[in-house]
Design a protein around this ligand. Structure first.
Ligand code: GDP
Ligand code: K
Ligand code: MG
Length: 272
């Protein structure tokens, strides 16, 4: 079988280390990512040595502000693992999905592992996995890293996604006005990057993410053209481009929570 590289991405405390150790037997090589003191762990799957996992640092976003975020996004966008497993703490789904919406845009096939499903069950909350998968446009598997539940299925889905090499289009999570602006920007960037990264770079250009924009080598005419599109939306929303992107993501996530999560009815305590 061909070698498969799988990146493990997720928020801090979502259970990534527990998953990594369970999958690999923690036989992993531990070192640092080049140029930064951020730990890098990499090891093969116990079940099949042709599958290698890279444990990415815990992050809340793929923005360029911390070494952990930069390491993670450079790894996904530039080193291009075959697939990414996005481990999500299902008991904190709303907060965790913020990173998920960004990973979906990063140009690699994503499979979502809904972790801590044992705790979710205890609470009595129910996530409609099929509806969530439909909305994200990627496979979603309920797992428990701690109890080794469904981990093989999660990895098999990720290996299959990597071998198919089909990249999800990403969630259409922005307001119509922003989507329209991104469409215009995508026409500017599409000649300058891989087809799988057009959505990623369109959002990055809109956010004026200078690290990402640098990689596109746009002409000043192209940059001016993009700037006009961005400024028009900023004027109409009376907000800066980066905040517009963030707030649209959160609106879409709130809608997703409404559509996919049933909270257990609150139990009344004896004193109430
Ligand atoms: P990381 O920061 O993403 O590497 O998270 P860790 O692997 O360190 O896990 C954070 C905490 O969550 C630890 O106390 C784990 O034992 C716990 N944990 C991880 N996965 C699960 C799970 O599936 N169920 C439960 N109940 N706890 C889990
Ligand atoms: K931790
Ligand atoms: Mg960890």
């Amino acid at each position: 079988m061909a070698e498969t590289m799988i990146g493990l991405a997720g928020n801090p405390n979502c259970g990534k280390t527990t998953l990594f150790n369970e999958l690999t037997g923690s036989n992993g090589y531990v070192g640092n990512w080049p140029g930064v003191t951020v730990e890098k762990k990499q090891a093969t799957w116990r079940t099949d040595k042709s599958v290698t996992f890279v444990d990415l640092p815990g992050i809340y976003s793929l923005s360029p502000y911390t070494p952990e975020e930069v390491v993670s996004r450079d790894y996904i966008v530039e080193e291009r693992p075959d697939a990414v497993i996005n481990l999500v703490d299902a008991t904190n789904l709303e907060r965790n999905l913020y990173l998920t919406t960004q990973l979906l845009e990063a140009g690699r096939p994503v499979v979502v592992g809904l972790n801590m499903c044992d705790l979710l069950k205890e609470r009595g909350d129910v996530i409609d996995v099929a509806a969530l998968s439909e909305r994200l446009g990627v496979p979603v598997v309920q797992v428990s890293a701690l109890r080794n539940t469904n981990l093989d299925e999660l990895v098999k889905k990720a290996v299959a996604a990597g071998q198919a090499g089909r990249v999800q289009p990403g969630a259409k999570c922005f307001s119509p006005e922003v989507e329209e602006a991104l469409e215009k920007i995508s026409q500017i960037v599409s000649d300058c990057c891989d087809a799988n990264l057009v959505r990623w770079y369109s959002v990055k250009v809109f956010e004026r993410d200078s690290e990402a924009v640098k990689q596109l080598h746009l002409s000043s005419a192209q940059l001016n053209q993009a700037e006009k599109v961005i400024k028009a939306v900023e004027k109409s929303r009376d907000d800066d481009a980066e905040s517009i992107i963030t707030s649209d993501r959160y609106d879409w996530i709130a809608e997703t929570m409404g559509a996919c999560v049933k909270k257990a009815p609150k139990k009344l305590s004896m004193s109430e």
